[in-house]
Write a protein that binds this ligand. Structure first.
Ligand SMILES: CC(C)(COP(=O)(O)OP(=O)(O)OC[C@H]1O[C@@H](n2cnc3c(N)ncnc32)[C@H](O)[C@@H]1OP(=O)(O)O)[C@@H](O)C(=O)NCCC(=O)NCCS
Length: 178
């Protein structure tokens, strides 16, 4: 998949599938966003994959029909990622969950919306994925506004889903049938 989208500030966002050779940039990005936001399921230094494991993981996704890892690049620099993992068994292959991040300096530029629109288009273009799930902290107003504006609805609230130090946070489970 390859798409080029014009941002409101005039820059061009290029969205394409990640490959093994992107592993180093992806790991650097993941470590960066872990320290820029408390809304992820991992904090600084807590993402555990090695370079070799990340490379193998990204390469393995290129042949999957219900998993994808997309990169958002501006002038070849990685600014956003979105990844979706579907179930592996027949009864759960039709659904899966995504996670996404945009680097903090580019929040509010429309990049998150374009990444998610591209993921939804990818799901609709195949005949495997029928339902996209996500979990989002109930206090992540920016992300929730984005998801609702693209048609996701709240199915339930998962209490105490995230623990950071001694504080517990709830997650909404939000879903979209595609
Ligand atoms: C959540 C995140 C992915 C959104 O990406 P983004 O590029 O900033 O989002 P966009 O610029 O496309 O904005 C999308 C929508 O968010 C909402 N939004 C933007 N800024 C907002 C703000 N300050 N407060 C509330 N909502 C806001 C708007 O509804 C906007 O839609 P619009 O196109 O009508 O303006 C990004 O902020 C991020 O990576 N955050 C940290 C990690 C994270 O929370 N990941 C999601 C975990 S579930």
């Amino acid at each position: 998949m390859l798409s080029e989208r014009l941002l409101k500030d005039g820059r061009t966002l290029c969205i394409r599938n990640a490959m093994g050779q992107d592993a180093e940039a992806v790991l650097a990005f993941v470590h960066r966003v872990a320290s820029e936001s408390d809304f992820l399921t991992f904090g600084p230094g807590e993402f555990e994959l090695t370079l070799a494991q990340e490379r193998a993981f990204l390469d393995s996704l290129l042949v999957r029909s219900n998993e994808v890892y997309l990169l958002g690049l501006i002038d070849s620099e990685l600014v956003a990622t979105i990844s979706f993992a579907g179930g592996s068994r027949p009864r759960v292959r039709h659904l899966g969950e995504f996670g996404m991040s945009v680097r903090q300096q580019d929040w509010g530029c429309g990049i998150g919306r374009m990444m998610l629109e591209t993921l939804i288009a990818w799901a609709r273009s195949g005949d495997v994925v029928k339902k996209i799930n996500l979990r989002v902290r109930t206090d992540n107003a920016r992300a929730i506004a984005l998801y609702e504006s693209l048609g996701f609805s709240r199915e339930c609230t998962l209490r105490g889903a995230i623990r950071i130090h001694e504080t517990y946070f709830d997650n909404h489970l939000m879903t979209l049938w595609v």
